[in-house]
Write a protein that binds this ligand. Sequence first.
Ligand code: HEC
Length: 182
Amino acid sequence: MYKKFIPAFVVVFMLGQPVAALAHGGAAGIVKERMDAMEDMKGAMKTVSDMFKGKIPYESVQVRVAAETINMHAGDNLTKLFPKGSLDHPTEAKAEIWQEWDRFQHLSKELERISQGLYDAADNVGSKNQEDTSASMMGMAAEPEVQEGTESFATMPVEVVFERLSDNCSACHTDYRVEKEK
Ligand code: HEC
């Protein structure tokens, strides 16, 4: 009995793989368009993240390229890929998007603003910014003082801006994207 159970489980698991790949490949029209845009942003985020991890050398030019990629997909360019009720298979989008459209739109605007910030902060690295880093840490501790929308990303350490950007992606996914079991 026990011996039989394991192979059965493995078979089910393995069957799941091509099915998932097929489902994703089956995307068409606007759903495919926005998935492609999201994948593009994922690639840009990975490039910058690899630099911070030291996997590839830090290059502010490449950070700006990544920031531009995200900026180009953000704001209205992103929200226009979500026409009301566009939930065709295999979308991972949630219907809440259209119930909370203002918030969804706001998150997309924030993506635009913070990616611009990443572009502006791309040179804020290295020891000359150590003091700025601790200053901004203190600033973060006193967060209520700084109103959203008035932060000056251009003078923040680039890592801090990158964190904010990454948090923005997650905030939207948490509420408006179906969590897929991995
Ligand atoms: C305003 C909300 C919002 C923001 C901001 C946002 N996303 Fe998404 N993202 C979504 C939604 C909704 C989906 C599901 C789309 C679908 O399946 O139709 C998604 C899907 C994805 C996917 C899966 C695409 C696929 O091929 O299935 C990736 C990868 C992704 N997002 C990356 C990012 C990254 C990286 C950022 C930040 C730079 C980001 N997203 C910012 C809402 C957002």
